[in-house]
Design a protein around this ligand. Structure first.
Ligand code: SF4
Length: 332
């Protein structure tokens, strides 16, 4: 469904009305009939409109662990949905069929979506699969309705959004997982077709907010897996807070990027580097034993055991480690 976009400005050179989209750092300048990089926003008669309002390409119940969020209601189920399009063009996108191609969608109003979440025993709605920031107007309408029902709003995002819309969302959402793909600007330029700096700024902004944040990094052999790069990423996160959970995930070839599947040895090396500075480090998409367990950073006891996205709270007494009393601050 078409809606007037929330963030844009009109520019005119006297002949034709152009618009500049102010939603994300791509800041697309669009002439009449032209669509932005995300393929979801369009200059229609001198106004910027979004075409994906309420248009769902996928919707289902997932374990919250699958987002991944490990410190936000572990073991809970969450209604997960997404639309088509993305403001990045990652060569390795695992959802490229819906992020880089048009697909049939179904319209679901904000009220209907909230009703579905309530009926399905979900803790709320996760906006995921593609980039929720380009679904801004819909997310902004759904989130307050969820809050009214005591339900949660989660975003699984690349963090590529301008400051003003992010500040607006921060007031409405409960948790995010931000995909920090690298800490090298060249990686973002070459692999993602975007810019690193706004993502880092947004992670800093979120870390100082009330929104629960976890970070994911996909480890791609030969692209972003050097000791030096992992060390810089870990340093950046730990400078914000060593207690931000970080998920390092194994790469599997997809879309336009061919590289080997991330070997277990690489993931083990990455985990070792990360654990020197971070309290909660996880390995995803791998069969390494215990890679998804939550370990108490003080006494090394397992406090949450995870297998196949199922979480068992084996060593927690409330938020505290049952063995040593460390406050994990996990939201339960
Ligand atoms: S949201 Fe889409 S149209 Fe707007 S600046 Fe970003 S990529 Fe361009």
């Amino acid at each position: 469904m078409r809606r007037r976009a929330a963030y844009f400005e009109k520019v005119s050179d006297g002949k034709e009305s152009e618009v500049v989209c102010l939603l994300c750092p791509a800041n697309c300048r669009l002439s009449e009939g032209q669509r932005g990089i995300c393929d979801s926003r369009l200059n229609h008669s001198g106004e910027l409109v979004t075409e994906n309002y309420g248009e769902l390409v996928s919707c289902g119940i997932d374990p919250i662990e699958k987002k991944p969020l490990f410190h936000f209601y572990p073991g809970a189920k969450i209604l997960s949905t997404g639309t088509t399009g993305c403001n990045f063009g990652c060569l390795n996108c695992q959802n490229w069929q819906i992020s880089q191609r048009k697909q049939p969608t179904t319209f679901v109003s904000p009220e209907q979506l909230v009703e579905m979440a309530g009926e399905q025993g979900s803790i709320g709605v996760a906006f995921t699969y593609t980039e929720p920031m380009i679904w801004f107007e819909y997310v902004r309408d759904v989130a307050p309705l969820l809050k009214q029902r005591g339900l949660k709003t989660v975003l699984v995002s690349n963090g590529y959004v301008n400051r003003e819309p992010l500040l607006e969302l921060i007031e409405l959402i409960d948790a995010v997982n931000i995909d920090l793909k690298s800490v090298r600007p060249e990686f973002y330029k070459k692999i993602c077709k975007g810019k690193l700096e706004p993502v880092l700024e947004n992670i800093e902004l979120l870390s100082g907010s009330e929104v629960h944040m976890e970070i994911t990094n996909l480890v791609i052999p030969g692209q972003n897996d050097s000791d030096e790069e992992i060390g810089h990423l870990v340093q950046f996160v730990s400078d914000l807070s060593p207690e931000i959970p970080v998920h390092f995930s194994a790469f599997h070839p997809d879309y336009k990027l061919s590289a080997e599947i991330t070997p277990d040895e690489t993931l083990t090396r990455v985990r070792k580097i990360a654990r020197e500075r971070l309290s909660y480090v996880y390995i995803g998409n791998s069969r390494i034993a215990g890679a998804a367990d939550t370990i108490c950073p003080q006494c090394q006891s397992i406090v949450i055991r995870r297998e196949n996205y199922q979480a068992s709270l084996v060593g927690l007494d409330g938020q505290k480690c049952r063995t040593c009393g460390w406050n994990t601050k996990i939201i339960l």
